[in-house]
Design a protein. Structure first.
Length: 263
């Protein structure tokens, strides 16, 4: 699979160094993820696709992945835009989205990509699999050197996320092209580390509930001591994601703001 990594030029507190998008040149010049529509990104896309962009495949509806769609559509009015529908979010990135679903096969560049639904970070999250090279275009499913944020109160779901990780592990990927950070050359090691990390966090959350009911704030204070004020809301979302999984598994329950262990 031939591709050019193109940086979206959007560094920031939520995106780190910013997003990678991937251009597959060929019969169907295809951009994977739309970036945010910076002039530099649009010019890089134009240079990499030889002036003609046929298609934009978007991994999920977060602004740093889908937000550039209207700017790309203005520059390439004939391009097709496709993602899995997420009704509440897609209107914010107003182009005529063609719906993608798990199991589809899409022509891209000079090859084909398989569409894999990988919810968890968001409900509409897709990864694109190139079987020939065992390469996964992974969006926000995996990031080298850190963990993926699961926004439990806005579409994130840890049960789904763990299932998605196991599904990708079963594919046996050789290389993962993420939307943030460097190319992942040993994805199986990272996938195992991710699963181990979540298992460890779950144990910490359960331990925090052992002696008494706790609020999310109390659990955060126990398992993430010394967090700065700006980071606390994200830690609370992460703890909520774990609590929702424990609720799903029948290991925790809630009474108002209080969470407690189910014996
Ligand atoms: Zn995202």
């Amino acid at each position: 699979m031939i591709f050019s990594p193109l940086h979206a030029g959007n560094p920031g507190p939520m995106t780190g160094a910013g997003n990678w998008t991937y251009l597959l040149p060929g019969a169907v010049p295809t951009l994977v993820d739309a970036g945010v529509g910076t002039a530099g990104h649009l010019d890089a896309v134009a240079a990499a696709c030889g002036g003609h962009l046929a298609q934009v495949l978007v991994t999920h509806g977060h602004g740093d992945h889908a937000g550039g769609a209207p700017a790309l559509a203005a520059r390439w009015p004939g391009a097709r835009f496709a993602k899995m529908p997420w009704t509440e979010r897609d209107a914010a990135h107003a182009v005529a989205w063609a719906p993608l679903a798990d199991g589809m096969s899409v022509e891209a560049g000079d090859t084909r990509l398989e569409v894999i639904h990988t919810p968890g970070h968001s409900p509409d999250h897709l990864a694109f699999w190139h079987a020939g090279s065992r390469t996964l275009l992974a969006g926000d499913l995996l990031i080298l050197g850190t963990t993926v944020f699961i926004p439990a109160s806005s579409g994130g779901n840890l049960v789904d996320y763990l299932h998605s990780l196991k599904r990708i592990l079963a594919l046996g990927p050789r290389r993962v092209l993420p939307a943030h950070g460097p190319v992942i050359e040993d994805p199986e090691t990272l996938l195992h580390a991710y699963l181990e990390h979540r298992h460890h966090r779950e144990h910490q959350v359960l331990t925090a509930l052992e002696s008494a009911p706790r609020t999310i704030e109390q659990i955060v204070a126990r398992i993430y001591p010394g967090l700065t004020r700006e980071i606390i809301p994200m830690a609370m979302e992460t703890v909520l994601a774990h609590l929702m999984k424990l609720l799903h598994d029948g290991l925790a329950a809630r009474d108002g703001e209080q969470w407690f262990e189910v014996q």
